[in-house]
Design a protein around this ligand. Structure first.
Ligand code: PLP
Length: 383
């Protein structure tokens, strides 16, 4: 076994079927979809097929899907494009546990004079729905609330969030980058205006995503150019990437519940194996309402960065939400918002599995961890 890859919330291995679908568009089928000749039209046809495949995964209409360069651009476009469409409204509602594509956008907007309300979460990472309802005002241009958290896997009750936003007449944007392909999403069943999606979290290629825009939703484009993607996202399309996204969406749609159960069982084995072996290990996030593939474990009094390096040396890829800034390791903004004890937050490691994760990988990780962590504990300077 070369590498034990337990970092699937960061990115996933491209499925062989995805690579196969993309290949012709990187070789012989190189037409520009805007061209009228047969080369161009076959590329355009491939994009429209992919649009249908991505739409089907969330029960949207194909024309409600706008292809972008990924989750980050979709998040930016949803928020900035809505604000531009409602220029008199100056208030945004979001949460402190969003991905940086949303949080940093909100922070920049604050500097530009917008008012931002961050609706809090509890220690399990659960959203305060009462506070969300109370935060929405007549001046609120958009609410942006993620579906599932990338660090802890905690799932927000997005149907309830959508109902509350609709009652107040506020357009809701949902960052569903982490939930796509892991839990069922039906945009027909909830009044959601906008939803961000990304291909590389569902075994598709990097650098391609989509924004679901419910029919009738108002949004101004943030890119100025030609007429691609119905004027909302001009620029020559990433044809191969879009085709890969479509293929990945099709695979995800046909994945059986059995696959998700297998992923959950492996994650549970890894998690309980760790909790049994280390009495200083704690799970961060609501265990009852989490993505099947994710566990965020705080190793009290150890440093996440040291754990990740040691794991990497042992051939195991995992991750943490902590960002190393000017030599000091800041705990992740998500765990901070959850008010997780600093001694636990500093040692928080995220393990995230996929359909390609195996029993052998989980066993090997559990076998390696004791020696690796006891070495670190001996060296630890954290008190
Ligand atoms: N939103 C969430 C919740 C994510 O986890 C990520 C990626 O980590 C993004 C947005 C950004 O997506 P992309 O990498 O496609 O820009």
């Amino acid at each position: 076994m070369d590498c034990i890859y337990l970092d699937n919330n960061a990115t996933t291995r491209s499925a062989p079927e995805v690579v196969e679908a993309m290949l012709p568009h990187l070789t012989d089928s190189y037409g520009n979809p805007s061209s009228l000749h047969a080369f161009g039209q076959s590329a355009q046809h491939a994009i429209e097929q992919a649009r249908e495949q991505v739409a089907n995964l969330i029960h949207a209409l194909p024309r409600e899907i706008v292809f972008t360069s990924g989750g980050t651009e979709s998040d930016n476009l949803a928020i900035l494009g809505t604000l531009a469409a409602y220029p008199t409204k100056k208030h945004i509602v979001t949460t402190p546990v969003e991905h940086s594509a949303v949080i940093n956008t909100a922070e920049r907007l604050e500097k530009q004079g917008y008012r931002v309300t961050y609706v809090g979460v509890d220690q399990q990472g659960r959203l305060d729905l009462g506070a969300f309802a109370a935060a929405l005002t007549d001046d609120t241009a958009i609410a942006s609330v993620m579906h599932a958290n990338n660090e802890t896997g905690v799932i927000f009750p997005i149907d309830k969030v959508a109902q509350i936003a609709a009652q107040r007449g506020v357009p809701l944007h949902v960052d569903a980058v982490q939930s796509l392909g892991k839990i069922q999403i039906d945009v027909r069943a909830m009044p959601i205006a906008l939803m961000s999606l990304s291909a590389h979290k569902i075994h598709g290629p990097k650098g391609v995503g989509a924004l679901f825009m419910k029919r009738g939703v108002r949004l101004r484009s943030m890119t100025i150019g030609g007429h691609q993607e119905r004027d909302i996202r001009p620029g020559t399309e990433n044809v191969a990437g879009i085709v890969g996204f479509g293929a990945a969406a099709e695979l995800a749609r046909h994945e059986t519940p059995e696959t998700q159960r297998t992923i959950a069982a492996l994650r549970d084995q890894l998690e309980s194996g760790i909790l049994e072996r280390f009495d200083y290990a704690h799970i961060n996030g609501d265990k009852t309402n989490r993505l099947n593939n994710t566990t965020n474990i705080g190793f009290e009094a150890l440093e996440a960065e040291a754990i990740l390096i040691a794991l990497s040396e042992a051939g195991i890829a995992a991750s943490s939400g902590a960002a190393c800034s000017s030599g000091s390791l800041e705990p992740s903004h998500v765990l901070k918002a959850m008010q997780i004890n600093e001694r636990i937050a500093h040692g928080a490691v995220r393990f995230s599995l996929s359909r390609y994760s195996t029993q052998a990988e989980v066993d090997a990780t559990l076998n390696q961890l004791p020696a690796l962590l006891s070495r670190l504990a001996a060296l630890s300077t954290v008190t």
